[in-house]
Design a protein around this ligand. Structure first.
Ligand SMILES: Cc1cc2nc3c(=O)[nH]c(=O)nc-3n(C[C@H](O)[C@H](O)[C@H](O)COP(=O)(O)OP(=O)(O)OC[C@H]3O[C@@H](n4cnc5c(N)ncnc54)[C@H](O)[C@@H]3O)c2cc1C
Length: 398
């Protein structure tokens, strides 16, 4: 049986490897439009192995994140890739934050996050001497990795196992009968057709468009939210030892501007969450007429804008002004000055938005005949990727 996978991000390649591991004899072909693996979300994220602190107990996010952490830790050990349990604190700076932190702690315990506990200001100072708060949640096993290196290792496994990873191959159409698919693919030289028995769409920012080609639901639609980072000046990187987060606003699936130590020793401040005018729009200047038109025409986007216009404007203002950006981090790292920030990178999140304007929170997988589409795989999908792969492959139609 031939399996075709669209997307050489961490999710698509984890699924390809899992197919080879569990279904020997099946042929696996992975396609990506870019000339390298991990070119989009997987290569533009915070590099954090989330421990499962925030997610509603029983959700796919909660179960696959917890399972994914163990699988990822073992995989990095097996491949000799860095995996550093630097630990994380979620910091409450006032009473309302503290109330919400209680719920975060309840979820962390229910999800079985190892060692997660509430701590007071003095213990917070011991762990993070430059961070202040009235209380915090400490998660000692939250870790950092290099997700691009992990994804490259997965791609190597797939090719070593006899599969193909075809880069610079863009799927521009898909035809489906009741039990087969045929993809129309633009390569640098020509247009080709690739037939398969099963298709798995792990197309990240374009997953909804690809799913619609095979009769997938128009709801939810992907709306791109750019996350911009600043970098702490090297002589200020000592301001944090590990990962320092604010208490998240429960109305949004984003975690708020945080300080993230990376595997190379640099410290990121961010990301914010700004509506992006192109699905692969990494700067303010990137505009894609089709992406923008589709987002504006989506009823869910208009409803979202009506509900959250104040936050949207504040995020835009923060995006344009480093000072407003620094203000967000200064709430819990008061020594941080505007001059400590350097321009950093950006990533774009594929956020599924329902027709009613809801921000879809959990992972969503849609089955359309012989096609499986990963319709919502936001954070912590990189952490959870090996467990998402197990889940998807276990549920594939025979
Ligand atoms: C700013 C930011 C910070 C994040 N931080 C974290 C974190 O710290 N920890 C964590 O666990 N998660 C984090 N995430 C989430 C995580 O990065 C994603 O959930 C994960 O990378 C999704 O992987 P993917 O393979 O589904 O998507 P992607 O990595 O986006 O891969 C999709 C691939 O599909 C390809 N593709 C699309 N259309 C086509 C087509 N027509 N033909 C061929 N190929 C196509 C694209 O080129 C792309 O390579 C973060 C995300 C962002 C944006």
């Amino acid at each position: 049986m031939r399996h075709l996978i669209i997307g050489a991000g961490i999710v698509g390649l984890a699924i390809a490897r899992e197919l080879q591991r569990t279904r020997p004899g099946s042929e696996v072909v992975v396609l990506d439009k870019e000339p390298r693996v991990a070119a989009h979300q997987t290569g533009h994220n915070s590099g954090v192995v989330h421990a499962g602190v925030y997610y509603p107990p029983g959700s796919l996010k909660a179960t696959l994140c917890r399972r994914g952490v163990g699988l990822l830790r073992d995989y990095t050990a097996q491949k000799n890739l860095p995996y550093d349990e630097v630990g994380k604190v979620v910091v409450a700076v006032d009473a309302p934050d503290q109330d919400r932190l209680v719920e975060v702690h309840r979820r962390a315990v229910a999800n079985g996050v190892p060692g997660a506990r509430l701590i007071g200001p003095s213990e917070l100072r011991e762990l993070e001497p430059h961070v202040v708060g009235v209380a915090a949640l400490h998660s000692p096993t939250t870790a950092i990795v290099d997700f691009v290196a992990v994804t490259q290792a997965l791609a190597d496994d797939v090719t070593t196992g006899g599969g193909q990873v075809l880069l610079a191959h863009e799927v521009v159409g898909v035809r489906r009968t009741h039990d087969r698919v045929e993809a129309l693919v633009d390569t640098p030289d020509e247009q080709i057709r690739i037939g398969a028995d099963r298709l798995i769409i792990a197309g990240g920012l374009y997953v909804d468009r690809l799913a619609r080609m095979v009769g997938g639901s128009p709801d939810p639609q992907i709306v791109p939210f750019r996350g911009e980072y600043h970098l702490l000046a090297p002589n200020r990187a000592h301001l944090v030892r590990g990962l320092v987060y604010p208490v998240p606003d429960p109305r949004y699936p984003f975690l708020g501007v945080h300080l993230t130590r990376r595997i190379d020793g640099t410290v990121d401040v961010g990301p914010n969450a700004v509506f992006a005018t192109a699905r692969e729009g990494y700067t303010h200047w990137d505009v894609n007429a089709r992406d923008l038109g589709e987002a504006i025409a989506w009823p869910g986007m208009r409803s979202l804008a009506r509900q959250h216009w104040r936050t949207g404007i504040a995020e835009m203002a923060g995006s344009l002004s480093p000072r407003r950006f620094a203000d967000a981090a200064r709430r819990y790292v008061p020594e941080l000055s505007d001059d400590d920030l350097r321009p950093g990178s950006a990533g774009v999140r594929a956020q599924a938005v329902g027709r009613d304007g809801s921000l879809v929170d959990d992972f969503v997988i849609e089955q359309i005949g012989p096609v499986t589409a990963i319709r919502n795989a936001p954070s912590p999908a990189a952490t959870s990727s090996l467990a998402i792969a197990e889940h998807v492959v276990a549920h594939l139609p025979a």
